[in-house]
Design a protein around this ligand. Sequence first.
Ligand SMILES: Cc1cc2nc3c(=O)[nH]c(=O)nc-3n(C[C@H](O)[C@H](O)[C@H](O)COP(=O)(O)OP(=O)(O)OC[C@H]3O[C@@H](n4cnc5c(N)ncnc54)[C@H](O)[C@@H]3O)c2cc1C
Ligand code: SF4
Length: 507
Amino acid sequence: MDGNLILVLGDQLSPEVSSLKAGDKHSDVVLLAEVAAEATYVKHHKKKIAFLLSAMRHFADELREDGWSVEYVRLDDPQNTGSLGAEVERISGRLNPARILVTEAGEWRLQKEARRWSDALGRPVDVLPDDRFLSSREEFTAWADGRKQLRMEYFYREMRRKTGLLMEGDKPAGDKWNYDAENRKPAADDLFMPEPLRTNPDKVTRQVLDLVALQFADHFGDLEPFWFAVTRADAEVAFENFVSQALPRFGDFQDAMLTGQSFLYHAVVSHYLNAGLLEPLAVCRRVERAYLDGSVPLNAAEGFIRQIIGWREFIRGIYWLKMPDYAGSNFFGSTRPLPDFYWTGKTDMACLAAAVGQTREEAYAHHIQRLMVTGNFAMLAGIDPHQVHEWYLAVYADAYEWVEMPNTLGMSQFADGGLLGSKPYAASGNYINKMSDYCGNCHFDVKRKTGEGACPFNSLYWHFMDRNRGQLGGNPRLGPVYRTWDRMTPAKQQDYRDSAEVILSEL
Ligand SMILES: Cc1cc2nc3c(=O)[nH]c(=O)nc-3n(C[C@H](O)[C@H](O)[C@H](O)COP(=O)(O)OP(=O)(O)OC[C@H]3O[C@@H](n4cnc5c(N)ncnc54)[C@H](O)[C@@H]3O)c2cc1C
Ligand code: SF4
């Protein structure tokens, strides 16, 4: 062939990805490969695999319709070697392209591998920056350089200024940067509850579902019902549904949890954004428009935009800034294995059973479930953070290491010792009770602090604070917590320790 081979990875399904923008549809060939190694290096949820394979097949069709030549390697192709590097070698050996173009991978592991391809293949490999993000890796490094503490809020303000989103001149709309304090209302189940738009599987998706059922039967999660959008057009319709139905109340109920309601007022779009079916800036501009035309309040629009141009970008910046060492973070030196109920959902703790149960069904849990239920429990119980990370990476449809790892190791487990957050997100049952209705249906009593029948979060919380005092005692934000502990009688403190030890011994 005369032109180049453009490798498009499974989370780069956008015509705007830099490798395609740098290519020429008249002379280049696009390669998409379904490889077993990427689906099994952790055993991803069946729905996540089906979503990505179907989205890849649809994207390949769209590229062909747009005039590109596409080499598509199916998972069950007898010649498929099962790994990305070997597929690039096989196809480039056959086509003999001048160069190979690829947009940088979202995972350090794959990025490192891609950098070796040039030597291995004996032809140039151009690894291009992923410009679907607002802040390049270099910009983030420059922003972080010389700062004592990296805090999302300051980075977020830079991104607001850079994009002009919700800005009135050089001031934030409404004169406030952040409306988080207004976004902590518990939800009630008598409210009108929106639902994410469900897309019916077409013929291509049906074939993929059969394939996944056959090849990944032993992976976690329910494959059906499968309702994710698998094309850009359908993802956009699903997003419009969120804007009109749920966004107006997104802010108010962002932290709420409710039995039987897996999605509440959340967007359920992270898997579309992370795979390339939706563009981050475009969805933020759409939300800004909804605010400007008066259809959503400012606290909802600001809350949503902050998640995308603030948290999502900040998290990615931290990942690339700190890898590869970040992966080994274990500030508390936790070693306990992940309890089985993270996979089975079989536990008497109603909050955990609900979070794991819906994760199995939907490959989705919203932020507060991930942070304050499954994450909080794992941190309080001293679970090995690497096992916690592998669990989150496997079970959620939106999980890629660049976004999952800092959220898990940093935000949720405090395993990075406070790089990402100023204090651990540790909470007793009281917080879960305030933000959800789980406790009313639980075997345990959230009001009981210790002993038989007491909510396990209560004694585990104090056990965590007590056993990690060496690392946390000097944190000014935890001063009031330790003062409360110090005011307890020694007998009360021992009661907490003993209760927690019983729970831990039974995990
Ligand atoms: C332990 C843990 C693990 C997580 N793992 C992932 C992951 O693997 N992939 C992932 O995309 N998100 C992850 N998150 C962040 C967040 O929970 C999800 O982005 C969110 O729940 C996705 O649901 P949604 O689309 O309904 O989001 P909404 O609540 O509607 O928020 C809108 C969008 O904001 C973005 N966003 C919000 N919070 C974050 C955040 N902390 N980091 C990055 N983006 C954010 C997402 O793109 C999301 O789609 C994790 C959070 C925690 C605490
Ligand atoms: S009582 Fe405790 S374990 Fe039960 S749902 Fe409430 S917080 Fe969870």
